[in-house]
Design a protein around this ligand. Structure first.
Ligand SMILES: NC(=O)C1=CN([C@@H]2O[C@H](COP(=O)(O)OP(=O)(O)OC[C@H]3O[C@@H](n4cnc5c(N)ncnc54)[C@H](O)[C@@H]3O)[C@@H](O)[C@H]2O)C=CC1
Ligand SMILES: CC(C)CC(=O)C(=O)O
Ligand SMILES: [Mg+2]
Length: 350
C-alpha cells in the first residue's frame, strides 16, 4: 500500500489554533487517507520550550509532505529579544525550508459585495494573485540598534536582493501569469531604491523568455492606490517581501475581510507551507469569533500544490463559496456565525 501523505499542523498562537482546527475538520471530512501530526510553534512553543521554533517542530516540518500553519504572535512576547519572538518561527520556517514564493490569491466571492470596502461594481472585478518574494528584503537583512555620532538611538534593517533571488521569483510570477490571464505587473520602488532598480532590470531580462505574458511595472505607492481605484486591472502582481506583505492585507479588504485570504509558500520543488495571510489577532483570540475561511482555503491550496489533489481542492473552494452565498458569515463579514459554526457550514456544503 502506498504510504499516506503526512500533513504537519502548526497551529501557533491566538486565533491560529481556532482556525486550523476548522481546516483540519474539512481535510478529515474528505477522507483522503492523509496523516496529521501537530507541533507547537511561535509563542506557544516559546512558553513550552523557550524556543519559538523548536528542533522537533522544524524536524516535523521537514519530514511532512506539506505544512498547514495557523498564525504566530503573542503580545506577552513583544518585549523579548527579537530572536525569541513568535514571529521568528514563521520567518525561520520560510528561510530554513527555502519557501521563497508566496502565492496570495484574492477574488470576490459572489454575495460578498456588501462586505468589501469598495463599491460593489468595483469589488466584482477583483480576481488577482500576488506573488510575493519570501526569503529576502528587509525581513532578512542585517538589522540592529546603534547609537549615532550625535548620541541618538538608531534602528536599521538592510534592504537587499541579489539577482538570483529576483530571477527565481520573477519566473514564479511569469509562470503564474501564463496559467492565468497572461498579465504580470511587477511592483517596485525603482524611482528611489537601488534594490528595486535591480529588481526591475532582472524582471525585464526574465521577460525575454515570456513573450506571451504582458509585463508592466508600477511603483508601490501607485499600486496601493490602483488596488482600490481599479483592482480589476491586475492579474498577477510580482513584488518583494515587504511590499507584498502590505499590498496583500490591503487586497483582503477589497474582497471583504482579512479572514478570507489564504496563501501558499513554495520552494523550488513544490513543497509548501500553507497559512492564512492574517496574524494571531489577539483582539479576538479565544472568543470563537475568527473567520476560518482563510485557513480552510489554505488547506485547499495545500491539496492543489503539494498533494496533487486538484479536485479535492476545488471541492473545498466551492464549499466555502456555497456557505458564504448561503449567508453564513462570521462577524468580520457582518454575520453572527462562530468560528465553529462557519466550519460546520463549509462541511455541510462539501
Ligand atoms: N504569518 C503570521 O503568523 C503573522 C503573524 N502576525 C502577528 O500577529 C499578531 C497580530 O498582528 P496584527 O497586526 O493585529 O494583524 P492580524 O492579522 O492578526 O489582525 C489584524 C486585524 O484583523 C482581524 N483579523 C485577523 N484575522 C482575522 C480572522 N480570521 N477573522 C476575523 N478577523 C480577523 C483582527 O481581529 C485584527 O483586528 C502580531 O503579533 C503579528 O506579528 C501578523 C501577520 C502574519
Ligand atoms: C513575519 C510575519 C509577521 C509577516 C507577515 O505579516 C506576513 O507574512 O503576512
Ligand atoms: Mg502580513
Amino acid at each position: 500500500m502506498a504510504q499516506s501523505s503526512l500533513i504537519a499542523i502548526l497551529p501557533g498562537d491566538g486565533i491560529g489554533p481556532e482556525v486550523t482546527a476548522q481546516a483540519r475538520r474539512v481535510l478529515e471530512a474528505l477522507s483522503l487517507g492523509v496523516t496529521f501530526e501537530e507541533a507547537p510553534v511561535g509563542g506557544a512553543a516559546y512558553h513550552q520550550t523557550g524556543n519559538p521554533l523548536p528542533a522537533a517542530t522544524l524536524d516535523l516540518a521537514r519530514r511532512a509532505d506539506a505544512i498547514l500553519f495557523g498564525s504566530v504572535g503573542d503580545p506577552a512576547c513583544d518585549a523579548l529579544d527579537r530572536h525569541l519572538r513568535p514571529e521568528q518561527a514563521i520567518l525561520g520556517l520560510r528561510k530554513e525550508l527555502s519557501l521563497f514564493a508566496n502565492l496570495r490569491p484574492a477574488k470576490l466571492f459572489p454575495g460578498l459585495e456588501d462586505a468589501s470596502a469598495l463599491r460593489p461594481e468595483v469589488a466584482r472585478t477583483i480576481d488577482l494573485l500576488i506573488v510575493r518574494e519570501l526569503n529576502g528584503d528587509v525581513y532578512f537583512g542585517e538589522k540592529g540598534m546603534r547609537t549615532t555620532a550625535a548620541g541618538l538611538r538608531q534602528g536599521y534593517d538592510l534592504m537587499s536582493y541579489d539577482e538570483g533571488e529576483v530571477r527565481r521569483i520573477a519566473i514564479a510570477g511569469f509562470e503564474a501569469a501564463r496559467r492565468r490571464r497572461g498579465k504580470l505587473c511587477s511592483v517596485d520602488k525603482a524611482n528611489v531604491l537601488e534594490t528595486s532598480q535591480l529588481w526591475r532590470d532582472v524582471v525585464i531580462e526574465v521577460s525575454e523568455q515570456y513573450s506571451d505574458v504582458a509585463l508592466s511595472h508600477m511603483y508601490v505607492d501607485n499600486a496601493a492606490m490602483q488596488m482600490v481605484r481599479d483592482p480589476g486591472q491586475f492579474d498577477v502582481i510580482v513584488t518583494g517581501n515587504l511590499f507584498g506583505d502590505i499590498l496583500s492585507d490591503q487586497a483582503s479588504m477589497c474582497v471583504g475581510s482579512i479572514g478570507l485570504l489564504p496563501s501558499a509558500s513554495l520552494d523550488e520543488a513544490g513543497k509548501g507551507l500553507y497559512e492564512p495571510i492574517h496574524g494571531s489577532a489577539p483582539d479576538i483570540a479565544g472568543q470563537g469569533k475568527a473567520n476560518p475561511c482563510a485557513a480552510i482555503l489554505s488547506a485547499a491550496l495545500l491539496l492543489r500544490h503539494s498533494l496533487g489533489q486538484p479536485e479535492a481542492a476545488d471541492r473545498i473552494e466551492q464549499a466555502v463559496a456555497r456557505a458564504l452565498a448561503g449567508g453564513q458569515r462570521t462577524a468580520d463579514l457582518g454575520g453572527s456565525c462562530s468560528t465553529e459554526a462557519m466550519g460546520d457550514a463549509v462541511l455541510a456544503a462539501l
